[in-house]
Design a protein around this ligand. Sequence first.
Ligand code: UD1
Length: 421
Amino acid sequence: MDYLEIEGGARLSGSVSISGAKNSALPLIAATLLSRTPVTLKNVPDVADIATLCKLLQNLGASCKKLDKNSLTINTSTVNSTKATYDIVRKMRASILTLGPLLARFGHCEVSLPGGCAIGQRPIDLHLLALEKMGAQIQIKDGYVVATAPNGLQGARIVFDKITVTGSENIIMAAALAHGTSEIINVAKEPEVVQLCEVLALAGVEIEGIGTDKIIVKGNKGELLNLKEISVIPDRIEAGTYLCAGAITNSEITITNCTPEHIIATLDKLEQMGFSTKIAQDSVTIFPAKEIKPCEIITTEYPGFATDVQAQFMALCLVANGVSVIDERLFENRFMHVGELARMGADIRLNGHIASVYGGKELAGADVMATDLRASSALILAALVANGTSRVHRIYHLDRGYEDIVGKLTSLGASIKRLSE
Ligand code: UD1
């Protein structure tokens, strides 16, 4: 198994280009199930989660042709199975994104239940309730969601009890092909949800309220769509991660090919911590702070502070001058990185979903284990400033969502190598 070896202490400089958003590419790839015509996607990140979803579509009978490292064409006209099997779904929870489109298109499907994951229980009850509201009959059998809608899905009024990103995406895709109009209330407003709506709107689906918490989707009466070529939006989580790399090493770096508007909460928090930034149309430069101040963070839905950059900011708080408080509101178990950071000398005290991070303690290089995707990047960030050598193990988590992190950090001047055990 591969691991990363990082020598702490290097100052970073220069610029790094942000890849396309994994969390946008995934629903867009699932949305190709709604298309009559082949769809080309550009700016797709070259990461394992994308390969996993492509494999799932190929298992269903679709073709996914890679045009180059970051573009692919998907043709779903040849799909001849509607069963998303456990061996793939267990690798990636977002496979559940095929549920809405498969059911809307074929009137039946079986999608393996994703099960729990490292950061929490993560149920899909809200996806299922909404589909039932649209006329689906759903049973759980042998670990699978078995869904049928013999007369097609019907437009409905859906009120989400909680804001769910993939739940919203699933229902928007289902509503796009349904018979009648759907009103979806308390829908997620994340940029990835907005891009999905825009892609469907470009294919002729009438959608009102894009980017708000209430959208109205006029279904295409079971008729397949003609999705146009898509360019995936930049990854706001990767952008936040590299800004944290600049911040934790107190260096000046620039991230390019990003959408600053999507990372306002991240930029605001960096400013509260004493960093200044220069924002251009598609780039952000972060400058060193005179003093790195502690901060308070509450994770919440977009446009609030994203849970997906919580771990990276926790690493950053380790170099702040004082105690920071992080309140994780979205996932009940998203502090798995705390124990690993402690192996490097971090002083972090947990009380339920609240972490107090005592900054300013010396960090020392150590062997640490990645526990989930974003936790992996937090360990790398801490290793960048720890004294001596760190080795980050189980980096398959990292491969799921960060394109070429070793190459990108090396180009910024970090001392990082990928090695085999
Ligand atoms: C998506 C993102 C993930 C991010 C998360 C929150 C993708 C592929 N993944 O995950 O990176 O961390 O949003 O921003 O886009 N919930 C329920 N019932 C449901 C669905 C969700 O109780 O049916 C709860 C979850 O347990 C969690 C909260 O709602 O506490 C938000 O989860 P959700 O937005 O659904 O996360 P994902 O879409 O899985």
